[in-house]
Design a protein around this ligand. Sequence first.
Ligand SMILES: Nc1ncnc2c1ncn2[C@@H]1O[C@H](COP(=O)(O)OP(=O)(O)O)[C@@H](O)[C@H]1O
Ligand SMILES: [Mg+2]
Length: 248
Amino acid sequence: MKKEILKIKDLYVSVNGKKILNGLNFSLNEGDIQVVMGPNGSGKSTFAEVLMGSFEYTVDSGEILLFQKDIKDLQSYKRAKMGLFLAFQHPIEVPGVNFGAFLHSAYKSIKNEDISIFEFIIKLKREAKNLGIEESFISRNLNEGLSGGEKKRMEILQIAVLKPKVVILDEIDSGLDIDGIKFVSNSINLLNSQGVSFIIITHQRKLLDSIEIDKVNLMHKGAIVKSSDETLIKDIEKRGYRDILKYE
Ligand SMILES: Nc1ncnc2c1ncn2[C@@H]1O[C@H](COP(=O)(O)OP(=O)(O)O)[C@@H](O)[C@H]1O
Ligand SMILES: [Mg+2]
């Protein structure tokens, strides 16, 4: 049996007194690729942010267990050290900061590894090559002047070099063309074969078509109301959320 690495028990979360997550339960096994779908405003991004430890959100009750340890009071960087990675819907631009240098310092602090910039760049180039990303990316600035597709490539490259245990992708496919979507799905498969587990938040079936999915979770009003195999994706596409969830 596969090892359970993440478990969320009866999680209640609010922002400025507004209740957003209402008794969310979730479980992820080592090596899983799971999908979270649900109508706009159902709480998917909140779920991702709370997992990463965004300070905007208040956990009112419940547990977030990563490797059996409750992380709900841990700061984001400690969660990252434990192996969590959140890819944002709109990655930030940091003008003047070189991508390779930025990732080198992030890598050293997250991995507790004293690797020289020289060795690190070699490693980064190797990972870029594996993914089919141009080497010239590495010497560019962090997300500065990059197209949407290029930002996603940088993000995937970060995952490849950091090799986190659990990655949460929040609509990483939004605004990508077909080649961009293919790149992301191929990368997910490659990284998964290297031991990275994924929680993929998406509306697009195209991204999921060539990925072997362990579980599809349907979110509604701040809770996961249904979990099933990948047939649920087709069902959602055919019938729509309104019909499946029976709401007005
Ligand atoms: N920082 C915030 N302040 C106020 N309301 C928020 C905040 N973040 C999320 N919400 C509200 O919580 C609900 C769920 O939002 P979100 O998690 O972004 O949903 P989804 O990603 O599924 O579209 C929405 O009603 C949204 O307006
Ligand atoms: Mg969202």
